[in-house]
Write a protein that binds this ligand. Structure first.
Ligand SMILES: [Zn+2]
Length: 296
């Protein structure tokens, strides 16, 4: 599953392969999968940011990752939809994005996203750090263990990292933007929004917020034994819960644009607060399970 290394030049003794481990400046411990609005944040908030190309068995990630320092931590950033927002939610290469982060050394992933709310009291501009997810997507490449070979079933009862969630919640409270601590994210396939009936149904099954990119991003992160934390900004009330014409693209982009600035500060503080050890169940999701390939 790995790109094969090039030949050694035995005649001259020169090694022509790439080094197996990238230089320290090209490694990262924390990954951020953000919207396009975060590309400039990362370029500005980080020091020494540089592009670090990564090959994956699933093709290229949405963009060449940027690696730099934020708050004293090494961070890799990939704009989920590409710098120019060219990939819709159902066409994202989730496997390549998450694999690329892991290959850079990342073990903690922060995943900001925009969501609709199915709780009228949780209006536009609210922040949610979900603790559960319902996957309503279809037709997406949803697993890195899709080939024949040893079957890999990972535990996913608690899809998000408890320590990452705690760091995000505390950072948001400190920033004066107290989030809803917990909630169920329903991930729809998109790119269209929900009907009113679908929206009410999602609420009836226990959903609080609805988005389009949360899965399979979270489950692939778990499949690669990464900590993964979703931080969701409410941009609108979902179709079944507003009185007007229904949510529009313009509504969402306008509200998200206003919230992005606040979210950037919360993200930077969360990056600094994330633990660096592996004392987390997420990091041991594959312990004792025979894998069909070596993890990066
Ligand atoms: Zn964790």
């Amino acid at each position: 599953m790995h790109p094969t290394a090039g030949p050694l030049s035995l005649a001259s003794g020169d090694v022509t392969t790439s080094p197996p481990t990238a230089p320290a400046a090209e490694r990262a411990e924390i990954g951020v999968l953000g919207g396009s609005g975060f590309y400039s944040w990362f370029s500005g908030a980080s020091s020494g940011a540089r592009e670090v190309p990564v090959e994956t068995p699933f093709g290229p990630p949405s963009e060449v990752p940027l690696v730099g320092q934020v708050g004293g931590r090494s961070v890799a950033f990939i704009p989920r939809h590409g710098r120019d927002h060219r990939f819709p939610p159902h066409r994202l290469n989730y496997r390549a994005n998450v694999w690329a982060l892991r290959a850079l050394g990342v073990r903690q992933v922060l995943a900001p996203c925009a969501v609709g709310s199915m709780l009228p009291e949780l209006g536009p501009g609210s922040l949610v750090v979900p603790d559960q997810v319902v996957d309503r997507t279809w037709g997406r490449e949803h697993t890195v263990y899709g080939g024949t070979g040893p079957v890999v079933h990972v535990a996913f009862a608690d899809p998000y990292c408890p320590r990452g969630r705690a760091a995000a919640v505390a950072s948001a409270v400190d920033a004066g933007w107290p989030p809803r601590d917990g909630g169920t994210l329903v991930v729809i396939n998109g790119p269209r929004f929900s009907t009113r009936a679908e929206s009410r149904w999602h609420a009836a099954l226990g959903g609080h917020i609805v988005g389009m990119t949360g899965m399979p991003e979270a489950s692939i992160a778990r499949e690669l034994a990464l900590c993964y934390t979703s931080v969701a900004v409410v941009t609108d009330l979902d179709a079944g819960f507003e009185a007007g014409e229904g949510v529009t693209h313009a509504d969402v982009m306008s509200t998200f644009g206003r919230s992005v600035e606040r979210l950037k500060g919360v993200l930077a503080a969360t990056v600094a607060a994330l633990p660096s050890d592996d004392a987390c169940s997420c990091r041991h999701a594959l312990d004792g399970i025979p894998l069909p390939f070596d993890r990066p």
